[in-house]
Ligand binder design. Structure first.
Ligand SMILES: Cc1cc2nc3c(=O)[nH]c(=O)nc-3n(C[C@H](O)[C@H](O)[C@H](O)COP(=O)(O)OP(=O)(O)OC[C@H]3O[C@@H](n4cnc5c(N)ncnc54)[C@H](O)[C@@H]3O)c2cc1C
Length: 321
């Protein structure tokens, strides 16, 4: 749309990577407030309503019920976090936080009786794979070439151009190359023989899908005794999606799956809240994705920043686009 001639190469299919293995939320990231990531949350919150306005046919508002659990985060802290969440990002159309009496509200019915009080706040959810495909479709409508099953094998400097060799034998010449290879971002840098001191932290997140655990249309935001949080979200018509986990991923990127320990952990987490008890035998499907995070030296994987950096290699010369 800025007049550049653009080619996108994807080694497999569109959204085959992390982008189809997410929790499928268009959210500000409520829990990142706890890590003082105010700028990140503000940016994500303002993008939330912008994206919703652009693509209301694949992005839908969703209310989240956050039960207060004695012994974990105090009520005043949850309320303060949600006050910030409501006001930080220029919320215009999504409804604000309200409090719920779980003894009276339908959201309390599927929960164990000790949960008496909750907050309910807004975010949105999306079909993540469709979001990717529609982005590519839109780019193509504006003149971009989209090549799937086409892997970048090598990238080399040729005077002031980049020379890209693709797996189908084609050679492309470009003034600028953008490396958006997700968890393979450093591997792609290696193919360009670009030295970097940057290291990535690959953090696997798993989800389980079980038969519908409740009959209303809201989602739950649950806290765990280990201070992590996870979601239970209505999924398709007949299912509930439960996730996610955070575990450093050291294995192959070609085989990313939910481990039996992760599945058991999510069942146990859900069993701390719902009346219906889950066992791994109730899991009808599971999936996992690897987050390509910047290694900021955080101890726990869930504390690693979800922010991003753009590294520009190529000196002061600005790309002409
Ligand atoms: C468990 C989990 C839950 C998440 N939940 C949310 C959420 O609710 N909301 C949210 O906004 N974000 C969420 N995220 C984060 C979000 O999913 C990621 O930030 C996003 O998907 C990253 O997209 P990407 O395009 O960088 O990577 P990817 O989707 O992995 O895309 C990179 C692509 O590059 C291709 N590629 C790699 N190397 C080459 C090569 N040499 N040649 C050609 N192609 C190549 C790959 O095949 C891949 O398709 C979640 C992530 C995880 C793991």
């Amino acid at each position: 749309m800025r007049g550049a001639k653009v080619v996108l190469v994807e080694r497999g299919d569109l959204a085959q990577g992390t982008s189809s293995a997410s929790t499928k939320l268009i959210h500000g990231g409520l829990r990142y407030l706890e890590h003082y990531e105010f700028a990140l949350v503000r940016e994500a919150l303002s993008e939330r309503e912008r994206l919703w306005a652009v693509a209301p046919h694949i992005i839908w508002p969703l209310r989240f019920v956050l039960p207060y659990r004695p012994g974990l985060r105090p009520r005043w802290l949850l309320r303060m976090g949600l006050f910030l969440y409501d006001h930080l990002g220029g919320r215009k159309h999504l409804p604000p936080t309200r409090t719920l009496n779980l003894r009276k509200d339908a959201a309390g019915r599927p929960l164990q009786p000790q949960f008496r009080f909750a907050f309910e706040y807004s975010d949105c959810w999306v079909d993540d794979a469709r979001l990717v495909v529609l982005n590519a479709r839109d780019a193509a409508d504006h003149g971009a070439e989209i090549h799937t099953r086409s892997e970048l094998i090598q990238l080399a400097r040729l005077d002031d151009l980049w020379r890209a060799t693709l797996s189908d034998g084609r050679i492309l010449l470009a003034r600028a190359a953008i490396n958006a290879a997700g968890p393979r971002v450093l591997e792609a840098l290696g193919r360009a023989h670009v030295a970097t001191s940057q290291s990535m932290r690959l953090v696997r997140g798993s989800h389980i899908v079980v038969r519908r655990l409740y009959d209303h249309d809201r989602a739950y935001f649950f806290q765990l005794p280990d201070k992590r949080i996870f979601f239970a979200i209505p999924y398709e018509d007949d299912f509930t999606l439960v996730g996610t986990t955070d575990a450093d991923h050291h294995g192959s990127l070609d085989d990313v799956h939910a481990t039996p320990e992760e599945i058991a952990y999510l069942c146990e987490g859900a069993n701390g809240y719902f009346r219906t008890k889950l066992t791994p035998a109730d899991v009808v499907w599971s999936y996992a994705g690897v987050r390509p995070l910047i290694d900021d030296g955080s101890g726990k994987p869930e504390a690693a920043t979800r922010g991003y950096t753009l590294r520009v290699d190529g000196g002061a010369r600005k790309p002409r686009c």
